[in-house]
Design a protein around this ligand. Sequence first.
Ligand code: PGA
Length: 233
Amino acid sequence: MKIIVGNWKMNGNPELLGQILDNLSKIKTNNKIILCVPYTMLCIGNKNVDIGAQDVSKYESGAYTGQVSAKMAFESGAKYTIVGHSESREYCGITNSDVHDKVKQAIKNNLIPIICVGETESERNLKKTDVIIIKELHECIHDIVGNFIVAYEPRWAIGAGITPSIKDIKYIHNLIYNELKSMGYNKIPILYGAGVSGKNSKDIMSIPHVDGVLVGGASLKIENFMPIIESVN
Ligand code: PGA
């Protein structure tokens, strides 16, 4: 069983969601499928699909115009939420400390956070990947009690249609696994995201400590998403 998460970003509409949910409800799969959709499309999933949000506020409630709390996302049908996605780090200035607060809010309100970590291109070129990822894990996750998922998303590869080598993914997932273990977290699912397609999903999900994938672009069309789901069981 692998965890396959679709991240729709700021795309899609209720009609497309209806079609994709309908298609996915008819398949036979042992995998856990989660669709993280914009807030306006949060709903209850079906027997094969759980719904997730793409972010939640770090605050509980109150005068935070434009924000959506973890409780609201949960009450609208979400079971999961992405937090710390590279696009929210880049465009909304979300820091590791914010991610930590969002993780706490999510868990407190019955959501399972999918916590994204990953290096930028310049950090990669400066060979700082390990240091950055370990720092993100500690600053986002320290003292967290409850269920969560970690997603390794190399920021330079997101939406670019490229992926690191299998060797590199294996190395980073092993690093994350061992770091989490040293922090006292065992059995935390670790997903890989960035550039996942039906062409590479099987190889990626065969790597040790890759428990599933976080899929952006390829989750928006059933003909691209289905081969990823069907590549493993
Ligand atoms: P991508 O995006 O699959 O389009 O590279 C992944 C993500 O942003 O989660």
